[in-house]
Design a protein around this ligand. Structure first.
Ligand SMILES: Nc1ncnc2c1ncn2[C@@H]1O[C@H](COP(=O)(O)OP(=O)(O)O)[C@@H](O)[C@H]1O
Ligand SMILES: [Mg+2]
Length: 377
């Protein structure tokens, strides 16, 4: 059988690429994947995959050879490689000029501040003296390579920052924001400029890792809701983002919005949309990067709750699946095909309906059954 050319190359084989494939199947989009290893999450479901190193330009060239468009599961591909691919005629979406602001938190802060977008007070720090003059308490972050709270330290004295300085990485200090909650505003934007915003959601983190997401954010002030969407649309347009842009936000105790960080790919705070929205973030990401018309971002039900399945006491998720489905038949289960390690994101569940307390309880019960093997109520 002759394998037809792919329409899209996806770099990185994590769960985001796996869920892109799920959306690609429906639309009949052929994906080629660059996977980090033969058994990673997306390599299990994308037949046209190559195992290789995304930091190697020749590997990237081989992957994208007959694919007109390239997109990403993560933001770690070196920008100089993306510029080379663009010169050679491949459309990188998002492009390196935009992706920079998802790769480097220092550049992101500087650029958003220039645009007049509200952010926590910040400065780059290279020494303990500079940090002390910034003031405590503070949050110190590596500007690059952090995720799931790795590379983020809350510091109340110079000594608390020893580990951060010892990392040898470029560091950013920010005020410790007294937030009421964390919100996330997602938009999809296509190269021809069509933009669609998802309902603004509330995200709750535990130990720096996203634990659960409620869509829409309950009791969000209409003014803040409009402001969050407008901010995400403006950032997507002015930075020329293509695909999904996620804007992580703090709602402060005194009712303001501050931008925490940007992600330019489908985001954990948008997973609810697979089951809860007319068009999932994965489908709209594909539509956007291929410059197809975008789909409705509207919620299908009054509330959706997504809870992450983090590695815990249950080692065999597949064996546990029947138990969860028996206990919560209406909760939607998404397993990523990953082996269980403590705290690792190995799947998520989504419940939906009109009674938020009930929806939240069902999603939490299902996730707890996958994580701990027991429910907590
Ligand atoms: N300036 C801050 N003030 C208060 N909490 C913060 C601040 N920055 C980050 N956090 C907390 O740490 C979490 C992870 O930080 P973030 O910069 O989003 O890093 P990551 O790249 O790991 O997602 C945030 O979701 C938030 O809960
Ligand atoms: Mg974050």
């Amino acid at each position: 059988m002759v394998v037809p050319s792919p329409q899209l190359a996806v770099i990185g084989g994590g769960q985001l690429a796996r869920m892109m494939q799920q959306a690609a199947i429906g639309l009949g989009i052929r994906i080629r994947l660059l996977a980090e290893a033969p058994d990673v999450s997306a390599a299990q479901v994308v037949p046209d995959h190559v195992v290789g190193d995304y930091t190697d330009l020749d590997t990237l060239r081989a992957i994208v050879a007959d694919a007109p468009v390239v997109t990403f599961d993560h933001e770690h591909v070196p920008p100089e490689h993306l510029r080379a691919l663009e010169t050679e005629g491949h459309a990188c979406r998002p492009g390196p000029h935009a992706l920079l602001y998802a790769q480097d938190k220092g550049d992101m802060r500087a650029r958003l501040s220039e645009m007049g977008i509200p952010c926590p007070r910040f400065r780059m720090v290279t020494t303990a003296e500079e940090l002390a003059s910034f003031g405590f308490p503070a949050v110190v972050k590596t500007t690059r390579g952090g995720y799931d709270g790795k590379g983020v330290w809350v510091v109340r004295s110079a000594a608390d920052a020893d580990e951060a300085f010892a990392s040898g990485r470029s560091l950013l200090a920010e005020e410790l924001v007294d937030f009421r909650r964390e919100l996330s505003a997602l938009v999809a934007r296509s190269p021809s400029g069509e933009v669609r915003a998802y309902p603004v959601v509330e995200s709750r983190q535990a130990n720096g890792v996203c634990a659960e997401v409620i869509a829409p954010a309950p009791d969000l002030d209409a003014g803040l809701d409009a402001e969050a969407r407008a901010m995400a649309e403006r950032i997507a347009t002015e930075l020329d983002v293509t695909g999904i842009l996620a804007v992580e936000l703090f709602e402060t105790a005194d009712g303001r919005l501050l931008v925490n960080e940007l992600a330019m790919r489908p985001h954990n705070t948008g997973h609810w949309s697979i089951d809860g929205a007319v068009t999932s973030q994965f489908e709209n990401h594909l539509r956007a990067v291929l410059d197809l018309p975008l789909g409705s971002t509207e919620a299908r039900t009054p509330f959706s709750v997504m809870v992450n399945i983090l590695g815990g006491a249950v080692e065999d998720l597949e064996a546990q699946r029947a138990v969860v489905l028996a206990a919560e038949p209406d909760v939607k289960v998404h397993l990523y095909g990953k082996s269980v390690k403590a705290g690792r994101k190995v799947g998520h569940v989504t419940a939906y309906g009109s009674d938020l307390d009930d929806v939240l309880a069902r999603a939490r019960r299902a996730a707890a059954l996958f994580t701990d093997g027991v429910t907590h109520d």
